[in-house]
Write a protein that binds this ligand. Sequence first.
Ligand code: ATP
Ligand code: MG
Length: 870
Amino acid sequence: MKSQDIRSKFLSFFKEKQHTIVSSAPMVLKDDPTLMFVNSGMAPFKEYFLGNAQPKSNRITDTQKCLRVSGKHNDLEEVGYDTYHHTLFEMLGNWSFGDYFKKEAIAWSWELLTEVFGIDKDILYVTVFEGSKDDNLEMDNEAYDLWKQFVSEDRILKGNKKDNFWEMGDQGPCGPCSEIHVDIRSAEEKAKVSGKDLVNMDHPQVVEIWNLVFMQYNRKANGSLESLPNKHIDTGMGFERLCMVLQGVQSNYDTDVFTPIIKEVETITNKNYGTDEKIDVAIRVISDHVRAVAFSIADGQLPSNTGAGYVIRRILRRAVRYGFTFLDKKEPFIYRLVDILSKKMGTAFPELKAQKQLIENVIKEEEQSFLRTLDQGLILLNRIVEETKGDTVSGEKAFELYDTYGFPIDLTALILSEKGLKLDEEGFNKELEKQKKRSRAASEMTTDDWTILHNDAEEEFVGYDTLEANVKLTRYRKVTSKKDGEMYQLVFNLTPFYAEGGGQVGDKGYLEDAHGDVVYILDTKKENNVIIHFTKNLPNDINKSFKAVVDAKQRYRTECNHTATHLLHQALREVLGTHVEQKGSAVHSKYLRFDFSHFSKLTVEELRDVENFVNRRIEGKLPLIEKRNIPKEEAIADGAMSLFGEKYGDTVRAIRFGQSVELCGGTHVKNTGDIWHFKIVSEGAVAAGIRRIEAITNDAVKDFYFENNRAYFEMKDLLNNAQEPVKALQNLQEENTSLKKQIEVLLKDKAKNIKGELKSELQEVNGIQFLAKKLDLDASGIKDVAFELGSQFENLFLLFGAEQNGKALLSCYISKELVASKGLNAGLVVRELGKYIQGGGGGQPFFATAGGKNPDGIDEALEKAKTYLT
Ligand code: ATP
Ligand code: MG
């Protein structure tokens, strides 16, 4: 069975069981501070498990893009070495939100695997939770009894908390689980060792394929468990592993999910898969990682230097490094795999097809830049090797190479071993640990449990219509971090505060009680669909109601910028073409930033056209036409574009100003005329094929013109109120250049005169022509003079001192014959005499200079020069 059919068979099986099929959520998470990427099928549904929102259906089925490369689930180092862990993989799932529970979940999983997919029962094992003393939990007898109906008891294994108790994080919904494992070894192997003994033992052919989680508890901050009022089912089956079983192969990489990519790698690199273990690992790494990186870029997460972008950059670099070392690829090639990937997966994941060109550009540029890093790293590593005494290279140096230059440590180790050298791994690990400690300490945070005051109320956002509301606190908690100290997070029954999202910053403002006591709200953010207000203190009486007031000025400026962002988006598509797509935005009160796909730098004319386009719509005073809670299809028919990487609900909000229509949850001015004016302040590149514009509106534009005007008048003032200041400035510059030239000539003349004088001052001491004197020349003047004299006299010993800008300079010239015959050394002379001017220097035996900070010492240094003549 082809992988495509396997995927759709899974989904249609659960559709028949009254599940609604939903598409995969974007892989990069936006409103969950505990998680960077979706790492399991349940992550996008957290808000339902936490009871913060209602799903549209209480039975859902899907395939979810998951990435396990950071945090609690991190399989990155395994990938390539084993045959069944990936960075990016698909997790097939069926979900019950407070609907069916263990009985149906177990029966259906068995029906699907053994009857629909026809997997032989004799290769399957299941596990149940054995209980845990720590948590005071008994064995999951319920699940055991249910499994007994289908599976012989010798194939039902008991598992511990690590394998059979699933937790979302340190806190939150959790519960026991049952895993289904397959044993796909040969009969011969099976006869030797029973599969029973290999379950959960990291055997590549005895692997877990499906995990059924029975979500029935909530883990509190103090570690204790409480029962959930609603019980849920969360299952996750590894799609690639299922394909391996159904296609009768021994490795995920031998399924049709991977073979086309591997073939392409073979063609490009001229290496064969399946001949040499090192090459095989490299090919698996590359075939896996290109998927993770391509899907991430398609979801709007580009490689970068921080956060999620940095994780993606590291994955791509790992692939480049394996290609570089084991497949001899010294030029970019991974981007060339995107074509086949998008052909094979573009139907199930249209974002790959739509953004193919962009994905290729970004990957290619990243590859190029990392290959340059590798080249540079190799040079630096050679230098380190040269400086190394003995046979062990310092861990500190290797760490610096790794940390500052991004040079992979395993590559360092490999190169050193080829040179017969050792790496001080302990030293390296020490440095790494130190760095980890530093960043852990910076991000350390403790989160208390919520204190619930009112359980029933669902928080309502009223901030589109009003900036003030009477609110009640429904829950709060304390959060302590190194960065912000103690903070409180407050949730209300309703709120006018907009939570950071869709690029727009969160509102600031205050809470006021009946006595006029005020608590400031410093920021507003969304977490798993709950609007959280950040404060330094709790209000005095938490049970009373408060007036919640949004900072109107900040909100208004932000709204000007948000509406301008929409107009800018429209303008760019109009002026540059419809290939322009939004790739990120940041809407602040002071400025806006907009990233978009476009292949070249904008010309001055294009920038002016874009600016004019936006300003014409501002002058046109277009009213806001807002449609809330309309079906997404209706908004799309209206002309709105949905963006890849955004998670939309079933109903959306559409914002129209004239011909600009966008799906948007942000806040906007009532009329474009409110924006007053729009001004672009910068344009540049953020990545291959991605440009960034920064712009300002309204008050910021006024400030901008005011400041520019002020600078202009100050400049004009300095130019004696010249009628044409630019011309006056040019004149000044020209005058300055010609003055500089004149000075040069004068200085040369001066040096010539001095030379004449100096000749007559030479003394003969012990057959040496000697002179020590302070001169009023700069360093290059002195050098000229010394060399001139040197060409006219033999056996010359000159020491010149000079004072310039409060600093001291010593220059020593010794004829080459003297250097040879008397063993004199100018470098040594200036180094020794340098102490009188509190400085140092050096040079060659016949000419050297020293600089110092004590001009008062020059005379003494000159005085001492004679001592070298004896
Ligand atoms: P394993 O022990 O094999 O790492 P797991 O216990 O981490 O698996 P779960 O977190 O229960 O797995 O995820 C559910 C299913 O997702 C697994 O049964 C497996 O089929 C699949 N899966 C998990 N991690 C990966 C991965 N890195 N690559 C591919 N599939 C995976
Ligand atoms: Mg795992």
